[in-house]
Design a protein around this ligand. Sequence first.
Ligand SMILES: NC(=O)c1ccc[n+]([C@@H]2O[C@H](COP(=O)([O-])OP(=O)(O)OC[C@H]3O[C@@H](n4cnc5c(N)ncnc54)[C@H](OP(=O)(O)O)[C@@H]3O)[C@@H](O)[C@H]2O)c1
Length: 446
Amino acid sequence: MDKQEGLLCIFGATGDLAAKKIFPALQQWSDESLPMGRIWCLGRRPLDTEQFIEFIEAKGDVQLSESLRNQLTYHKLEFNDSDAYQALAERIHAEEGDRAGRRLFFLAVKPDAFVPIAKELHRVALLTRGHEEHRLVLEKPFGNSLHSADAIQQQLLQWVSEEQLYRIDHYLGKEMIRNILTIRFANRIFSESWHGGAIERVEVTSVETAGVEERVDYYDQAGALNDMVQSHLLQMVALVAMAAPEDLAPESLRRAKIDILNTLRPDAQGPQVIGQYAGYSEQVPESTTETAIKAVLRSDSPQWAGTQFIIRTGKKLSEKRTEIRLSYRAMPLCVSCNQQIAAEPNQLVIEVFPQEGMHLQFNSKIPGYEYEIEQVLADYCHSCRMIGNKPEAYVKLLKDVWKGDKTLFTSFEELQVQWRIADSIRLDARKGEMVVYPAGSADFLK
Ligand SMILES: NC(=O)c1ccc[n+]([C@@H]2O[C@H](COP(=O)([O-])OP(=O)(O)OC[C@H]3O[C@@H](n4cnc5c(N)ncnc54)[C@H](OP(=O)(O)O)[C@@H]3O)[C@@H](O)[C@H]2O)c1
């Protein structure tokens, strides 16, 4: 496809996500050569293209190259203003002429805007239902419960087909998350012991030190459960726990994830704990939104009998870290079994942030004349091996949408199961008291 035959429209182009993730990703992609022609930047602020670029560079702390700047056009568009869509369609048709090109519509907006935007795009003939080159990229969260996700999906399907929908979960574009399949299925040393008989606990953690800051309007409606657990953390659990897919085709991977997600439910023994950091209520008085959550899940799959899946996320905690930690069952040294020597359980940690890599804690003899055991570390730094531009998640995902590769995007069926789990965690967690924790607390990490 030649460069002028495709376009990208970004709704919510003046938002936080656009400035901090989408435009830096486009810049990185542009350094390698962007395949599309015009990039239409849509926002409700009265800006011209030059002012928009200045705004994005300041807000996103990004420097846009001459070449990328020349591809950008700002178009003022209020979501509910039909005339603005008509004007956009006329501008695009004038530029495209008779060419039937690829069209990506990136909706970096709240989920309640998905349906009105799709409807208007369809009305002005920019989006054709069933046209596989017309693709809608949707940000998370897709709704705020299973019920609302179903409602959004049903309405969207009037204007687009499921094949045209690319639901972004940007964690799936991260290097070490994409590495989980290789770690698990290309290493006999791990794959043979990847089950509940060997693994006592799987902990999926994504915590940060920052608070909600200026994103309070969005965050107060979402909370930690909808912002993090329903999407990123459950996808990480699925990748760790799923059975080997038949092959690496998108549908096989999706099937394997859905099958394992269907076996997960909150542990009846809990505890499912929600918390809010002290000071949050100064920003949003009377709010009961959780800013941290710890949930314990169990799987009905025979592969995971006896394993706890612990999920943790939160804001204003003592550290910024994302990882998956597997704690193996203890195995004391017992050669003749007349004498047992205590040995610490092994741990395997897949590090996503701040390091990208993996480490394995195993037991070794302490050097010397005596026979004593200590725990030692085998450490692999994945990011150390990257030279030049590090592949950023959003670049990878945008490239995949452009190619039409849905491997790293969440299907509606997956999403439904994820909402079912998130809704049941919410139900259990809301039965308990909301814990108010001080900024910098380490409580949710225990
Ligand atoms: N920010 C992140 O790091 C992040 C990460 C993952 C997912 N997401 C998801 O991405 C989506 C956008 O997040 P965000 O943080 O970028 O939100 P945001 O900063 O509030 O930006 C929302 C964008 O929508 C525009 N907008 C709102 N109402 C509008 C209307 N009636 N007509 C036209 N434009 C309108 C805003 O314009 P104004 O600038 O004029 O307000 C802004 O450009 C959300 O669903 C969020 O969950 C965000």
